[in-house]
Design a protein. Structure first.
Length: 181
């Protein structure tokens, strides 16, 4: 019987290992959801500059009592534009402040967009450096965080908030944060 070289076994073993990794990766609860290092931890600091006349989003605002939402967005982001009507609905119908952080954008474009489409944010800031994105663990836009009354990040949602996402994910997470858990 011919002897099999150990080197001949390497490609099938590597393939089997990669297949197992892909399989277990697909078995996650939500394969579209990226993990967040922020959930369960205190809200990180922000380094923002004023964007128009909307009050500046500061560390004090983020650590004030009450549940709040923080939305990272940009005018260049098609999904951010798609979720904008839902953000306006949140502003008009929920008793939870919605704060915005604009990034990778120009001040002029951001202000023109908010003027044209209406501003859903009670506090707003522009991230001129990547520091805030890095501290929050932001991968892209849009991303929305829920912060509880104790200043703890309780949820991160990556992607546009549609009416379905609002009803099935965001509203229950807000209620849970309000209940203290």
């Amino acid at each position: 019987m011919a002897r099999v070289s150990p080197m001949m076994m390497a490609p099938p073993l590597v393939f089997a290992g990669l297949a197992a990794l892909f399989f277990f990766g697909m078995m996650r609860e939500n394969p579209d959801e990226l993990p967040s290092q922020r959930v369960g931890k205190p809200v990180p600091p922000v380094e923002l500059v004023q964007l128009g006349e909307t009050p500046l989003l500061t560390d004090e605002v983020l650590n004030a009592p009450g549940v709040k939402l923080v939305n990272f967005w940009g005018t260049w982001c098609v999904a951010c534009r798609a979720e904008h009507p839902t953000l306006l609905w949140i502003r008009d119908n929920l008793d939870v402040p919605l704060h915005g952080i604009n990034f990778d954008d120009t001040t002029e474009r951001a202000l023109a967009y908010l003027e044209e489409e209406d501003n859903p944010f009670s506090h707003l800031g522009e991230a001129k450096t990547a520091r805030t994105k890095i501290d929050w663990g932001v991968y892209g836009a849009p991303e929305t965080f829920i912060i509880d009354a104790n200043g703890i990040v309780t949820m991160r949602f990556a992607g546009p908030i549609t009416q379905r996402v609002l009803n099935e994910t965001i509203l229950p997470a807000i209620e849970k944060a309000k209940a203290g858990g």
